[in-house]
Design a protein around this ligand. Structure first.
Ligand code: URA
Length: 297
């Protein structure tokens, strides 16, 4: 067991040096690891501040006690995104505009330049008449395979949240700040996009907002907020969530990212997310049943 654990720790350290900031791990494997390093669930400290920008990959217990084997050079990302996309949407129906934009994004040279062979650029999905526009961070492993936002575990939770609001996934619009999965050398692990990467993709997101004209945007997590409102390291999702902001003249609700809820699924966090969704439903004059009101009461 310890050999395997050492190998895993070494691999995580290698990933960390390459810039990987988080890896997905299912609860059972996490428990096995906790037991292996002598921690019980109860003794593992939870992050004090909800929604840290990125979760620590390796706990401090796993930090190196002796120098590691040769530090690997961090790969230089392709920096071809400094010229922002410029375009004017064609006139015509929402569908015509959306089809044009989707074609433009899927064929965007810069976006495709950052996608590994066999993987896809990811554009938004949903109703072009949606009142609610969910804005996430960036595609992950599942999304770049399927070419659709929020189809992995976090996406499944988002779909459940939408259904709990009395809606179907097809009735809302779901987009991301980024149209490609921020690249890493390995196939697993995710890193948050850089400010420049987000700035490049923002015109595509704004154009989707211009077409859909939602009544409310829900920004999911710190990266989405940084992408929309500009990067500010002092921002705290736990302080901003639940209040109304504005983006492009559209009311903006900020909430936790479903991945954060999956990682830190305390009832308190779930209740806060649900309160944010109730606030959105109230703003849109959607009926709210007693059952919906008391989900987390
Ligand atoms: N997380 C996101 O922010 N977007 C996705 O599409 C998937 C996971």
């Amino acid at each position: 067991m310890y050999d395997a654990l050492d190998l895993l720790i070494e691999d995580l350290k290698r990933q960390k040096r390459k810039g990987v900031r988080s890896v997905e791990i299912d609860p059972q494997s996490l428990e096995t690891l906790r037991q292996a390093i002598g921690k019980t669930e109860a003794s593992v400290p939870q992050a004090a501040e909800p929604e840290p920008p990125t979760p620590p990959v390796v706990e401090s217990k796993l930090e190196p006690t002796k120098p590691l084997i040769a530090e690997e050079a961090k790969p230089e990302p392709k920096k071809d995104y400094h010229t922002l996309p410029e375009f004017t949407l064609p006139t015509g129906s929402k569908q015509k505009q959306w089809d044009w934009l989707q074609d433009r994004v899927l064929n965007c040279r810069v976006c495709n330049n950052h996608v590994k062979p066999g993987k896809k650029v990811v554009f938004g999905v949903g109703s072009l008449d949606a009142e609610i526009f969910f804005c996430g961070e960036a595609p992950g492993a599942d999304e770049e395979i399927q070419g659709e936002p929020f189809v992995g575990k976090a996406g499944q939770l988002l779909t459940k949240i939408i259904q709990a609001m009395g809606l179907q996934r097809e009735q809302v619009y779901i987009g991301n700040i980024m149209n490609w999965r921020p690249e890493l050398e390995s196939d697993y692990g995710n890193r948050p996009p850089t400010a420049d990467e987000m700035a490049f993709c923002l015109p595509y997101l704004k154009a989707q907002l211009e077409i859909v004209k939602p009544k409310v945007i829900i920004a999911l997590g710190a990266t989405a907020v940084n992408g929309l409102l500009g990067h500010d390291p002092r921002r705290s999702i736990s302080k901003m969530r639940g209040s109304w902001y504005e983006f492009a003249g559209i009311p903006l609700m900020i909430s936790f990212h479903p991945s954060y809820v999956l990682r830190n699924g305390t009832n308190k966090v779930k209740r806060m997310v649900w309160e944010d969704m109730l606030a959105v439903m109230e703003k849109l004059n959607h009926p709210i049943s007693e059952k919906q009101r008391s989900y987390f009461a």
